[in-house]
Design a protein around this ligand. Structure first.
Ligand SMILES: Cc1cc2nc3c(=O)[nH]c(=O)nc-3n(C[C@H](O)[C@H](O)[C@H](O)COP(=O)(O)OP(=O)(O)OC[C@H]3O[C@@H](n4cnc5c(N)ncnc54)[C@H](O)[C@@H]3O)c2cc1C
Length: 416
C-alpha cells in the first residue's frame, strides 16, 4: 500500500530526537506536514527508562569534552546553539519544568521520565504530527525531490527524511537493533564501528565476586597497555561479574574499542597519599597489635573490602597485626591506592546506555545534520557517531541535533 499523502517530513523513530524534532518543526510552522514512524507499539520507550525513570535531560556543564566520536568537533555547534537554557525553554513550552541538582544534572521537576514522554506525545497529537506505531521502516529509496520509505504499514513518500532511529543501547526491547544503520550503510553512508558505552565492565572475578553488592567511593582508573585512558571519581559497585557504579560506567567506553591489556585500578583512599596511609597504618599497628588482621582496616575501609586488601598481600586474616612487617604495611598502602582488576569486556549493548560509533559524521553537515551524500536526508541523535558522558549529555545531543535538523527543514518553507 502506498500512502496517498506526501509528507514534507517523515521521521524514522519516535524516540527522544525524533519526537522533539517533530514537535519543534510544528511549533515553528504548523503547515509543514510531519509523520513519525515508530517500529514499537508506543513512542518514547527508551526515553521512559532514562535516568532510572527520572530522565536526566541535560547538564549545566555542556563542554565539548563530554562528547566522543571520531570527529571530535562535530557536536560543538549543536550543543552550544541549543544549550541547556534552550532545552529548558523547549520543555517549558510543553508544560515540563526542569530543575538542576547540585551536580549540574537537569531533570523534570516531576522526577518522572513519563512526564517528558507524555509532553512530547501530547504535543505531537495537538500540533498535528501523524504518528504511526508498529511501523518498522524496512527500506529507503532516495529520489530527486521525493524519497520513499518502505515500512510494515506501507510506503511513505516525503520531501525530507530524518533518521532518528537510535542504535543498539538498551537492546531490541527498546526498539534498538541497529537495522537502520545497516540500511544506510547499504545505501552508501559510511559508518564507524559500534561498541557499548556507559556500561558495566566484566573483570577477573576472584575478588569482586566475594565483594558483591558493596559500594565504595573511589577514583577508578582505566589503563590500556599501561597507558592511562580514563579516570573518574565516584561510586563503584562490586558485582559477581565485575564492576559497576557511576565511576565505572563513565570509564567503560574504550574497553571494547581498543586492544591490549586492560587494567582497572581503584584508589580506595583518594584523599590520602601512600605515605600518609603508611604512617596511619604504622600507628594502627602500634596501638592495635593484639588484633587479628581481619579487623585491621575496618576503621578506614568497608570491612570486607579491607579484608580483601589484606588477603591480596598473601597474609591470612587470622594472623595478628603484630606480625605485620614494615614492608607488609607499605604493600597494604600500595594496594589501597591501587586495587587492581583485569578487565575483559563490557556487559554488552543491552545493558549500555549509549552506543559509541554509528554513522560517520564526516558524511553529515554539523550545522544542519543533513547528509553530504543525499539531499534532504538527515540523521540525528544516537545513530550518529557521537556519544556523550553520563549526566544528561546523550539526551542533550539528541535534542540539540534534532533542533538543528528541524531549523534546516523549517528554512525551506520560510516563504510558504
Ligand atoms: C537505560 C538507559 C538510561 C539512559 N539514561 C539517560 C539519561 O538519564 N540521560 C541521557 O542523556 N541519556 C540517557 N540514556 C541515553 C539516551 O536514552 C539516548 O541517547 C537517547 O534516547 C537517544 O535518542 P534517539 O532519539 O537517538 O534514539 P532513541 O531514543 O533510542 O529512539 C529511537 C527510536 O527509533 C525507533 N526505531 C528504531 N529502528 C526503527 C525502524 N527501523 N523503524 C521505525 N522506528 C525505528 C526505536 O524503536 C526508538 O523508539 C539512557 C539510555 C538507556 C538505555
Amino acid at each position: 500500500m502506498i500512502m496517498s499523502k506526501v509528507y514534507d517530513v517523515c521521521i524514522v523513530g519516535g524516540g527522544a530526537s525524533g519526537l522533539s524534532a517533530a514537535v519543534y518543526i510544528k511549533q515553528k510552522n504548523r503547515n509543514i506536514s510531519v509523520a513519525v514512524l515508530e517500529r514499537l507499539s508506543r513512542v518514547g520507550k527508551k526515553l521512559i527508562t532514562t535516568g532510572n525513570g527520572r530522565c536526566n535531560i541535560t547538564n549545566a556543564d555542556e563542554a565539548l569534552r563530554h562528547y566522543h566520536g571520531q570527529n571530535a568537533f562535530f557536536p560543538e555547534y549543536a550543543i552550544k546553539k541549543y544549550s541547556n537554557i534552550e532545552i529548558e525553554q523547549f520543555f517549558k513550552s510543553l508544560g515540563v519544568a526542569l530543575f538542576c541538582d547540585e551536580t549540574g544534572r537537569y531533570y523534570p521537576a516531576s522526577l518522572q521520565a513519563s512526564s517528558v514522554v507524555d509532553a512530547l506525545r501530547f504535543s505531537c497529537d495537538s500540533l498535528g504530527v501523524d504518528t504511526f506505531t508498529e511501523c518498522k521502516v524496512t527500506d529507503v529509496l532516495f529520489g530527486k525531490d521525493l524519497h520513499t520509505l518502505k515500512t510494515e504499514k506501507g510506503e511513505f513518500r516525503a520531501k525530507n527524511i530524518v533518521f532518528a532511529a537510535g542504535l543498539y543501547s538498551g537492546g531490541a526491547k527498546l526498539g534498538c537493533d541497529g537495522f537502520v544503520l545497516k540500511l544506510l550503510k547499504s545505501k552508501g553512508e559510511k559508518c564507524v564501528s559500534v561498541t557499548p558505552a556507559i556500561v558495566q565492565i566484566k573483570t577477573d572475578t576472584d575478588i569482586v565476586r566475594s565483594l558483591k553488592g558493596i559500594k565504595v567511593n573511589a577514583v577508578a582508573v582505566l589503563k590500556i597497555n599501561g597507558k592511562l585512558v580514563r579516570q573518574e571519581t565516584g561510586e563503584v559497585l562490586f558485582c559477581d561479574y565485575g564492576l559497576s557504579g557511576p565511576a565505572i560506567l563513565q570509564i567503560a567506553r574504550e574497553i571494547e574499542r581498543q586492544n591490549g591489556e586492560k587494567i582497572i585500578s581503584l584508589d580506595l583512599m583518594p584523599h590520602s597519599s601512600v605515605e600518609e596511609i603508611v604512617s596511619l597504618l604504622s600507628s594502627f599497628k602500634s596501638n592495635l597489635s593484639y588484633r587479628n588482621l581481619d579487623e585491621f582496616l575496618s576503621g578506614i575501609l568497608n570491612k570486607r573490602v579491607g579484608q580483601a586488601v589484606i588477603k591480596s598481600t598473601g597474609r591470612k586474616l587470622t594472623e595478628k597485626v603484630a606480625d605485620l612487617t614494615d614492608s607488609d604495611i607499605k604493600r597494604i598502602a600500595g594496594i589501597i591506592k591501587n586495587f587492581s582488576f583485569k578487565a575483559f569486556s563490557t556487559t554488552g549493548f543491552d545493558n549500555s546506555q549509549v552506543t559509541a560509533g554509528g554513522l560517520d559524521t564526516n558524511g553529515f553537515d554539523r550545522y544542519t545534520m543533513m547528509s553530504e551524500n543525499h539531499k534532504n536526508i538527515y540523521a540525528i541523535g544516537e545513530i550518529l557517531d557521537v556519544d556523550g558522558d553520563c549526566g544528561g549529555y546523550n539526551l542533550h545531543f539528541a535534542f540539540s541535533s534534532a533542533f538543528c535538523a528541524a531549523d534546516s527543514i523549517i528554512k525551506e518553507y520560510i516563504n510558504d
